[in-house]
Design a protein around this ligand. Structure first.
Ligand code: NAD
Length: 492
């Protein structure tokens, strides 16, 4: 391992109402911990209901203000463009901070997370000036219909609560902030308590970019102390949530009381399907990357590997070889291929789920144990002998653990792929374009990749069916998610 890099740390203050402030409450700050070493990086403010109230109040005042309501859409876009420039200026530093706080490989945060963040700001900056309603052929139940004109406008929903997980911290923050601002909303962002640091730095850059006071507010703390009052706050009109299924269900229940709009981007148990005619030189590394990238902590991770019998052994052996050879270590070392899990709790959870699978009859082909080291590492794991009803096959593990299934009858593929409570993503590896299309149409998932996996495109709708969530983000779907139609009827 090379010596760790120490990026610029945030000041540790919250962005509320256009200023960097200390929390109001008296709760002791909590530790931001480097998951690769277990060392404390810095202290993070522990907000409470008073800070939530202050932040939502500021977002609401900004939203109601004439200045915000009359701001030209192009100028909202320019705010995002200015922020993109500042993130670009700080790119290497932010990437290092993200790696330190989350354990993600530096090469990945530099090439993917920060690129996604900058692209996301620019992508949504472009949307700010593309918000359009429609004209409607009016047919009221009255005579003289010809005297009526009807059209719709898309109006911003109001104050948004953005609540994000720890596996893609800065990217997720921008995934909430950028569309909210582009579509004319204001926002209070609560990052995961596991990874608050890049969100706090973003707050400093948002201030420097000259966003109006209250347009974006950032509060830190736990789900119980901050997330719950944020979701319940009467002035919040929409919740844009990414995280676990259990939290998503709690949010949906609470949101129903005040009819808040929600988008819920939740977990998955996505199949990677390798057909007999697949190009194995691509499918084998593709299937391995689908599950082992980011130590398996990706909502769309290919955690069920379904392989047709003729190529089953070759694919599983290939994936096992890759798993065996993966170098675990410091996210800052150039030769590290897999970093730690986010926390001791998450490593123990992964270990417990694997143990449960083994007790139910699964057998390990690779891994199935924690790795030594001061941080929270878990060996890349391949399980065979799995059955449809086992917990390892049904529950999202959110770690580097894949269940291998042999497909002996092609007619079973769709049924097995869809035999999960989740519906987030899938990939199909084949050289037969007809089969690829037919499977893509029948697999119950928000995204189906063909001969690739985990490719995110800001222009494509992203989200899941079944337990994987409600609604979509990205692309034109984001316009629907952050605005509401207003019907206007005019009598000449
Ligand atoms: P989590 O649900 O534990 O926490 C997510 C966020 O919700 C955190 O900020 C947390 O503080 C907050 N929170 C917790 N309880 C809350 C409550 N009752 N009310 C309001 N907020 C609350 O999820 P996690 O463990 O941080 O992240 C991992 C999960 O996120 C996995 O299930 C993964 O699949 C999912 N995820 C989904 C996507 C997607 O786009 N579908 C992307 C990334 C991660």
């Amino acid at each position: 391992m090379s010596a760790p890099t120490f990026p610029t740390l945030p000041t540790g203050r919250l962005l509320i109402d256009g200023a960097l402030v200390e929390p109001l409450g008296t709760a002791a700050p909590f530790d931001a911990i480097d998951p690769a070493t277990g060392r404390v990086i810095m202290q993070v403010p522990a907000c409470d209901i008073a800070d939530v109230d202050r932040a939502v109040g500021a977002a609401h005042r900004c939203f109601q203000s004439t200045a915000w309501q009359s701001m030209r859409p192009l100028d909202r876009g320019r705010l995002l463009e200015r922020l993109a420039l500042l993130v670009e200026r700080e790119r290497d530093d932010l990437a290092a901070l993200e790696s330190l706080d989350s354990g993600k490989l530096l090469a990945v945060t530099q090439a993917i997370d920060l690129q996604f963040t900058i692209d996301g700001l620019r992508y949504f900056a472009g949307w700010a000036s593309k918000i359009a309603g429609e004209t409607v052929s009016h047919s009221p139940l009255v005579e003289e219909a010809a005297l009526y004109r009807a059209f719709t406008q898309r109006r911003p929903v109001g104050v948004v609560a953005g609540i994000t997980p720890w596996n893609f911290p800065i990217g997720q923050a921008i995934q909430k902030i950028a569309p909210a601002i582009a579509f004319g909303c204001t926002i209070v962002l609560k990052p995961s308590e596991e990874t608050s640091l890049t969100a706090l730095r973003l707050g400093e850059l948002i201030l420097e970019a000259g966003f109006p006071a209250g347009a974006v507010n950032i509060v830190t703390g736990t789900g119980a102390a901050v997330g719950v009052p944020l979701v319940a706050h009467p002035l919040v009109r929409k919740i844009a949530f990414t995280g676990s299924n259990a939290t998503g269900q709690a949010i949906l229940t609470e949101a129903a009381r005040t009819m808040k709009r929600v988008t819920l981007e939740l977990g998955g148990k996505s199949p990677t399907i390798v057909l007999a005619d697949a190009d194995l030189d691509k499918a084998i590394p593709g299937a391995a990357a689908a599950i082992f990238a980011n130590s398996g902590q990706i909502c769309t991770a290919g955690s069920r590997l379904l392989v047709e019998a003729p190529v089953h052994d070759a694919v599983i052996e290939g994936v096992c070889r890759i798993a065996r050879d993966l170098r675990l270590g410091s996210p800052f070392a150039a030769d590290t291929q897999m970093g730690p899990l986010i926390s001791a709790r998450q490593r123990d959870r992964v270990a417990a789920l694997v143990e449960a699978g083994l007790a139910e009859g699964a057998h390990p082909l690779e891994g199935a144990c924690a790795a030594s080291g001061p941080g929270w590492f878990y060996r890349p794991t391949v399980l065979a002998g799995v059955e449809a009803g086992m917990s390892v096959m049904r529950e999202e593990i959110f770690g580097p653990v894949v269940c291998a299934v042999k497909i002996t009858d092609r007619a079973d593929i769709v049924r097995i792929a869809n035999d999960t409570p989740y519906g987030l993503a899938a990939s199909v590896w084949t050289q037969d374009i007809d089969t690829a299309h037919l499977l893509a149409e029948r697999i119950d998932a928000g995204t189906v990749w063909i001969n690739t996996h985990n490719v995110l495109d800001l222009a494509m709708p992203f989200g899941g069916s079944k337990l994987s969530g409600v609604g979509r983000e990205f692309g034109s779907e984001a316009l629907q998610a952050f605005t509401e139609p207003r019907a206007i009827c005019l009598r000449l």
